[in-house]
Design a protein around this ligand. Sequence first.
Ligand SMILES: NC(=O)c1ccc[n+]([C@@H]2O[C@H](COP(=O)([O-])OP(=O)(O)OC[C@H]3O[C@@H](n4cnc5c(N)ncnc54)[C@H](O)[C@@H]3O)[C@@H](O)[C@H]2O)c1
Length: 290
Amino acid sequence: MNIRKVAVSGAGQMGSGIAQVFAAHGFSTVIYDVVPLQLDKSRALTERLLTRAVDKGKSTAEERAATLRNLTWTPDLSVISEADLVIEAIVERLDTKQQAWKQVDELCRPTAIFASNTSSLPITQLAASISHPERFIGMHFMNPVPVMQLVEVIRGLLTSDDTHQIVMETAQALGKTPVTVNDAPGFISNRVLLPLINEAIFCLQEGIATKEDIDMVMKLGMNHPMGPLALADFIGLDTCLYILEVLQRDLGEDKYRPAMLLRKMVQGGLLGKKVGRGFYDYAPGLVAAR
Ligand SMILES: NC(=O)c1ccc[n+]([C@@H]2O[C@H](COP(=O)([O-])OP(=O)(O)OC[C@H]3O[C@@H](n4cnc5c(N)ncnc54)[C@H](O)[C@@H]3O)[C@@H](O)[C@H]2O)c1
């Protein structure tokens, strides 16, 4: 099966990036969100990023125009009925995603492939929301999607070989490197990364060092391109918290318990770069999709 038409559900920081990359590689792409304002912000952000790429000589004005021609932002979910591949990139909540997938299942053609960009939720459980779980898979892009090379491809218990192969080929057609992982909480990326971020937050909470110094230790000492607290801001503190809750619950290990400071910051709406404030403050011009 050839994937030509792609629908992305969720126009936040990940959905915007995923839609941009598909459109830039010639796929006819629609992006949908329940919040119309998110669609406006996603469009403005995408246009800005594409302009910046032209200004820096990384792409041409024609490529920018072609990408935008391939992209449609819409508040109308029914447009996804045309899609060969639906990618869901909505908030990291199991019940919200299950509900959204049920709606998508009712609208889509019988051959469509369904991929979730979830960071941690069980692919097999999400697949149970649709009538053909063999066509369901995890397609976990990294942030920022236009820049990052990896796509973790997660096979659920019932994912078919055909679905897996088509998604691997599609990731390669985007210029990405797909790596196959079996369905387990947090997959590889977040099972390894989130305990590191959580431990950095514990260090801050316990007053062991300032946020700047914690990040500096990991940058200069471990050669990480970003410190863990800056990275948490970049991912979104709400997303970090949800992932840790999934790891703790589904692996049954207390070592994954989220730091109280993380929970408090999420309760206080300090969600990181996407809202302009997390561990660090961000100038309005730097704020991503909100
Ligand atoms: N942030 C990261 O670094 C990162 C990396 C990889 C994967 N992910 C995953 O990608 C997904 C999205 O994360 P994000 O950082 O883009 O979040 P975000 O908060 O930036 O965006 C989420 C979007 O989903 C929309 N939404 C909520 N319910 C919806 C529904 N029922 N239908 C359509 N849209 C709906 C919201 O309006 C919002 O625009 C999550 O599953 C997250 O775990 C995030």
